[in-house]
Design a protein around this ligand. Structure first.
Ligand SMILES: Nc1ncnc2c1ncn2[C@@H]1O[C@H](COP(=O)(O)OP(=O)(O)O)[C@@H](O)[C@H]1O
Ligand SMILES: O=C(O)C1=C[C@@H](OP(=O)(O)O)[C@@H](O)[C@H](O)C1
Ligand SMILES: [Mg+2]
Length: 172
């Protein structure tokens, strides 16, 4: 059992939104490792960060990704920081990995509406987003087999781009 697509990229790239649409188009199940972590912890991500700290969250995330890669057959979306784990990057080898890219301005705009992302909840989300992109862009590219720049695309157009790239587009 292996995911048809693993979706990753920075917060606000549309991993969850596009992942759901992509799974619908392909008629396969969708799974998001953030949801698995929330279910396992029994509390929201912001509470995990506050109560247990980021390292505890990252350990749970590594486990959730490993489990998803082993047991999920559809579209698997990861959290934006999952690629910071070298172990996770190794585990992604051989999978079809879609990197949804988004620039700072659009990424901040898309995530600004929500307080659910503790890493971006500080006083200067633009600076935080930029340093996050600087650190992670090479890691996303290291593991990705497909990259789609999403800034000027609707979620449906992103799905078209992903399926067009892989030649697995379904009928209309
Ligand atoms: N291509 C897009 N164009 C416009 N808004 C988008 C796009 N993709 C996602 N969004 C919006 O951005 C926000 C974050 O999307 P989400 O799927 O949660 O991103 P991620 O899981 O990558 O952090 C949501 O409000 C979503 O509706
Ligand atoms: O970028 C990150 O480090 C994080 C991104 C979030 O997921 P999304 O990328 O789906 O927002 C979530 O896993 C957590 O808040 C940490
Ligand atoms: Mg998400």
């Amino acid at each position: 059992m292996t995911p048809k697509f693993v979706v990753l990229g920075p917060p606000g790239a549309g991993k969850t939104t596009v992942g759901v649409l992509l799974a619908e188009r392909l008629g396969v199940p969708f799974r998001d490792t953030d949801d698995d972590i929330v279910a396992a912890a029994g509390k929201p991500i912001s509470d995990i960060f506050t109560d247990d700290g980021e390292p505890a969250f990252r350990a749970m995330e590594e486990e959730a990704v490993a489990e998803g890669l082993k047991t999920h057959d559809g579209v698997l979306a990861l959290g934006g920081g999952a690629v910071m784990s070298a172990t996770t990057r190794e585990r992604l080898a051989g999978h079809t990995v879609v990197f949804l890219n988004v620039g700072m301005a659009e990424g901040v705009r898309r995530t600004g509406m929500s307080s659910a992302r503790p890493l971006l909840a500080g006083v200067n989300p633009r600076a935080t987003f930029k340093s996050l992109l600087d650190a992670r862009l090479p890691l996303y590219r290291e593991v990705a087999t497909i990259e789609v720049v999403t800034d000027d695309l609707t979620p449906d157009q992103v799905v078209d781009a992903v399926l067009g790239t892989t030649g697995t587009a379904q009928g209309t």
